[in-house]
Design a protein. Structure first.
Ligand code: NAD
Length: 480
């Protein structure tokens, strides 16, 4: 039996950070990973492959250059599924290499195999290829086992025409049409990425709204974008069954009628904690009905104090970015080091086409809390950088408190949204007011200038009511 100070189960963003942080504190650390290679869902089937796919699609189609050369412009005609995989495989290899080196450099031991608890301090790891199971003991554990796609028994997954979000990355040929069930982050990202390839996509969602954590005005803008493209959005459409027609194509039966038939159906209606097989009951733990663990949000300890959990397995927000922070935090707390607190404001990035990003409160949130507020809007096509780049779409919305002048939320849709958001995030983290944007000079021409325009627009709406605020001011108008 080998003993470690810390055993981490899972090598995704949270497991990796927990392991490296503990190693840097001088602790002996073992990471157990059931995949052949480290990296977790994020590197192998989630964040990195989907963002690589998105970037590949935008490049091969020439999506970003269409503002220059017109909507008929294409970099490559007849893009194949193989074309889409080339770059993704290289990125994956590189990410795994970086991780392997990081573990080796920090003397983190790694083991390929499936871990299960024997009791709260012992695990056994079952290894493939006839290897003997190995037993380990540890003082502390971090469960960072992540999630997997939810696959309800009534959906006839066949890995070819009815697939989940892991299988979509292995498509052998590109379909002409696709149904995406579930307008969550995963559904919306893949629906728009594949529609950029001119695949006719139908996005089906049982609820009347989708992506409810995003400001509604941004969603309206997004829906407008979808309408301009070949994405048909079916809200309030409950899926009663998935069957096959005589040609073997999946038919998505919708309760309200108008079934959807397509070449491929992607089922992306949520994820489950990958906790089955861990024998958590032997460690004194239980999961919710989605296989997730509950932790004390202040410490990330589970009901068994020396066992921590981090990342997607603890549920919201299920972002690689926050998972990394949770992993680091758990390791520090586990070994008595005062961890820097988890941030109040974390950005949310949706890598759809167009991308969206948000930090802080939406207009709906501030209304609910009855905070006196005002909003300002800036459209990218009205910035000089937007003109130069040929951007037709893109918008920023800034919300601030009329009482304290503090920035309460920033919401962006369009090119660079996931990068630009960090300016708003930094100002909010430092408890900044709208005055920062009013008083600062930005590089010109940049898309970041949208911050200034949105701030001026908000300020004018709030404090210069006699001046009729234009709906979407350009720099000049907003400043006057
Ligand atoms: N860019 C990112 O940050 C990113 C990218 C991918 C995933 N993620 C995270 O991964 C997690 C999982 O994402 P997800 O999109 O799978 O799940 P989700 O829970 O975010 O969304 C699932 C969607 O499916 C719908 N749905 C539920 N049951 C359904 C049914 N029977 N039929 C049709 N639709 C149904 C839900 O109403 C919801 O809109 C999320 O927490 C997400 O934040 C984040």
């Amino acid at each position: 039996m080998t003993r470690f100070d810390l055993i981490v189960i899972g090598s995704g963003p949270s497991g990796r950070r927990a392991a490296v942080q503990a190693a840097k504190l001088g602790k002996t650390v073992l990471v157990v990973e059931k995949r052949e290679r480290v990296g977790g869902v994020s590197v192998h089937t989630g964040t990195i492959p989907s963002k690589s796919l998105r970037e590949t699609v935008l490049n091969l189609t020439g999506w970003r250059e269409r503002g220059f050369y017109g909507s008929a412009y294409r970099v490559k005609k007849d893009i194949s599924a193989a074309d889409l995989r080339v770059r993704g495989s290289k990125i994956l290899e590189h990410e795994v290499d970086v991780l392997d080196h990081q573990f080796a450099r920090n003397r983190v031991a790694t083991l390929t195999g499936e871990a299960r608890f024997l009791d709260p301090n012992h695990i056994v790891v079952t290894r493939g290829g006839g290897a003997e199971p190995e037993h380990f003991e540890a003082d502390r554990f971090v469960i960072a086992c992540g999630t997997r796609p939810h696959r309800p028994a009534n959906i006839p997954f066949d890995g070819r025409t009815v697939i989940d979000s892991d299988e979509i990355l292995k498509l052998e040929t590109l379909p002409r049409s696709m149904t995406v069930v579930g307008a969550g982050v995963i559904g919306v990202e893949y629906a728009t990425i594949f529609s950029a390839l001119e695949i006719a996509v139908t996005l089906v969602e049982p609820r009347a709204t989708f992506l409810d954590f995003i400001d509604r005005e941004m969603i309206e803008e997004f829906v407008h974008e979808l309408r301009d493209r070949n994405v048909s959005l079916r809200l309030g459409a409950e899926v009663t069954a998935v069957e096959f027609d005589h040609a073997g194509r999946p038919v998505c039966r919708i309760a309200s009628g108008r079934d959807v038939t397509s070449d491929v159906l992607l089922y992306a209606a949520g994820r489950m904690g990958s906790t089955d097989g861990l024998d958590l009951d032997k460690a004194g733990l239980e999961t919710d009905n989605r296989g997730r663990l509950t932790v004390d949000p202040k410490t990330l300890q589970t009901a068994v104090p020396h066992i921590y959990a981090a990342g997607d397995v603890i549920g919201f927000p299920s972002l690689a970015s926050t998972s990394m922070e949770q992993g680091r935090f758990a390791a520090c707390h586990a070994f008595g080091l005062e961890p820097t607190p988890l941030p109040d404001h974390f950005p949310y990035g949706i890598y759809a086409v167009p991308e969206m990003s948000t930090v802080g409160m939406s207009e709906e949130d501030v209304k609910k809390r009855q905070i006196p507020y005002e909003c300002g809007i800036a459209r990218f096509r009205e910035t000089s950088r937007g003109h130069i780049m040929g951007l037709q779409t893109g918008m920023m919305k800034m919300i601030f408190s009329k009482k304290t002048r503090r920035v309460l939320g920033v919401h962006i849709i369009g090119e660079g949204a996931t990068e630009l958001i960090h300016i708003g995030q930094a100002v909010m983290a430092l408890k900044g007011t709208i005055d920062y944007f009013m008083e600062s000079t930005f590089n010109y021409p940049t898309l970041a200038e949208a911050y200034k325009i949105a701030a001026l627009d908000a300020w004018n709406r709030a404090f210069a009511p006699s001046v009729a605020a234009p709906e979407t001011p350009g720099m000049q108008e907003a400043a006057e």
